[in-house]
Design a protein around this ligand. Structure first.
Ligand code: XMP
Length: 528
């Protein structure tokens, strides 16, 4: 299923990706203006673009100079197709060249925060905005002459043409990046292009996403049956809740308890998720099996491999058992639900075609006798949309706003061998850190805060009357946008103090709490 914007009654807005890191962000911003959008590669032909019947096109920024050899150009035909187009940064310059304006190497680079001066009444894009306001720039070349018939509506000290528009032709562009938060009026400018110049109707709302997706799932599955592996995380929970809304008890969820979860997470799935959705859930208690398989293993990659392998084996067996049960009732389970998100789809280079199965320990590589068709109800959605859909479906906040947690769980947060005792120690320390961060209202400020048990390191302490020989834990609070890069979060000292005091008082075996102050890169977020 592709999860497109059927109820919009209009095609998607296509964001043409010129190789900047901003294309996905632009697509998200377009959706924040309540218009469905997708990213397409810059070499998509005008014919292919027109076939999608897009409501509008946004040409993204990119790293090239329009004059550089091999720089991706815009086919001038695009502007004759009657489709509204908005050019951003490189897209603005490429648009200028294609329409007969002039782009010059001025030798002046604008990078970062720049003052934008509105010309005249600001036209449609910049009407009623402050006459001077900051925008985010990142360019070397500049547009020195707008194409014939375009009104120039803004400039900067070094760039006379920083915005132009032709409302009649429904074409417009800006030199700056309206999609980033450093351009405080950027979202308003994008919204005006979409709603006022392009005439696109704002119809992409959480309620419409739920309705369209539920209808598409019903269409795909009909009266057949599906299973879904729940991990305790946001994606699988929302995917399962959507499928349950569509097909009710034709869906069975499987939750494998591998014993590597944090305190309270099994209850969140078994009690809270089931109470919120009414889903049929089978829990497989595989704690002993995972511990046996991990016995004596200290290498992180080997731990990951073992956890992934065992997970698939346990899930496979559960699927076979359910299959046998369904078969006895004259039915068959044909579908496997997966929580694949839109960024995974874009990054693996395709909107349609081969199923994109996430690596890590998610279900993948099932054996031949377990052939399922995939149901991927989140395939068109960004993470923030998934969270909103989760809330709309009534899922608990604890699940919807859960911070990222790795598939191999606490298994890769114990440096050394994983044992039941060490897991209990880490779970207790982690639970204190989470409680205190939540109490301090910091959950939304941090991306995630792994607590790591240095089980192979011993530290000396004095606790009560005696000398102890225990272990350190590491707090690893990080701030991030996407986990690709991260910075260590400057937590208030009093919060750190409470966490440290409580952990060393309440968790026997831990006599030292340390703070990781490394950014990523060079460090990774997890320690293993
Ligand atoms: P690193 O440690 O690579 O982590 O900076 C980036 C993000 O990925 C998570 N992570 C994992 N998630 N399986 C997962 O599902 C894994 O093996 C794994 N390793 C790291 C990590 O928590 C962070 O959000």
């Amino acid at each position: 299923m592709s999860g497109t914007a059927s109820s919009q009654g209009q095609g998607p807005v296509l964001v043409v990706d010129y190789g900047a890191q901003y294309a996905q962000l632009i697509a998200r911003r377009v959706r924040e203006a309540q218009v469905y959008s997708e990213v397409v590669p810059h070499d998509t032909s005008v014919a292919d673009i027109a076939r999608r019947d897009p409501a509008a096109i946004v040409l993204s920024g990119g790293p090239s100079s329009v004059y550089a050899d091999g720089a991706p150009q815009v086919d001038p035909e695009l502007f004759n197709a009657g489709i509204p187009v908005f050019g951003i940064c490189y897209g603005f310059q490429a648009m200028t060249s294609a329409l007969g304006g002039t782009v010059e190497h001025t030798g002046i680079r604008e990078y970062g925060r720049t003052e934008l001066d509105i010309t005249g009444d600001g036209g449609t894009l910049h009407a009623e905005l402050p006459g001077h306001h900051p925008v985010w720039m990142s360019h070397g070349d500049s547009v020195s002459k707008a194409p014939e018939g375009f009104a120039v509506t803004a400039g900067t000290k070094d760039t006379p043409v920083a915005a132009f528009e032709s409302v009649e032709r429904r074409l417009a562009g800006v030199q700056y990046h309206p999609e980033v938060v450093h351009s405080p009026h950027g979202q308003e400018v994008l919204r005006r292009f979409l709603h006022e110049i392009a005439g696109v109707r704002p119809q992409w709302t959480t309620a419409s996403i739920v309705d369209d997706t539920v209808a598409a799932i019903r269409e795909q599955i009909g009266d057949r049956r599906a299973i879904c592996a729940l991990s305790g995380g946001v994606d699988s929970a929302v995917a399962a809740a959507l499928v349950h809304r569509a097909i009710g008890d034709q869906l069975t969820c499987v939750f494998v308890d591998h014993g590597l979860l944090r305190s309270g997470e099994r209850a969140q799935v078994e009690r809270d998720f089931v109470a919120a959705t009414g889903v049929r859930l089978v829990t497989i208690d595989a704690v002993g099996r995972f511990l046996d398989a991990l016995s004596g293993v200290t290498d992180p990659e080997e731990k990951r491999k073992i956890i992934g392998r065992e997970f698939i084996r346990v899930f496979e067996q559960a699927a076979r058992d359910l299959q046998a049960e369904a078969g006895a009732a004259g039915e068959q389970i044909d579908f496997l639900v997966q929580g694949t998100l839109y960024p995974d789809v874009v990054e693996s280079g395709g909107g349609t075609g081969a199923a994109n199965i996430k690596s890590h320990h998610n279900v993948g590589g099932l054996p031949d006798d377990l052939q399922f068709e995939l149901v991927e109800p989140l395939r068109a959605l960004f993470k923030d949309e998934v969270r909103r859909v989760g809330l709309e479906l009534g899922l608990p906040e604890t699940i919807v706003h859960r911070q990222p947690f790795p598939g191999p769980g606490l298994g890769i947060r114990i440096i050394g061998e994983v044992t039941a005792e060490r897991l209990a120690t880490l779970r207790a320390a982690d639970s204190i850190a989470r409680e205190e961060l939540t109490a301090a209202g910091l959950d939304r400020d941090i991306w995630q805060c792994p607590v790591v048990l240095l089980a192979d390191v011993r530290s000396v302490g004095v606790q009560g009357d005696g000398r102890t020989y225990g272990h350190p834990v590491v707090l690893r609070p990080v701030s991030s946008e996407d986990a690709m890069t991260a910075d260590w979060t400057r937590l208030p000292y009093d919060v750190l103090e409470r966490i440290s005091t409580r952990i060393t008082n309440e968790v026997s075996d831990v006599n030292r709490v340390t703070l990781d102050v490394t950014s990523k890169p060079p460090g990774t977020i997890e320690w293993e």
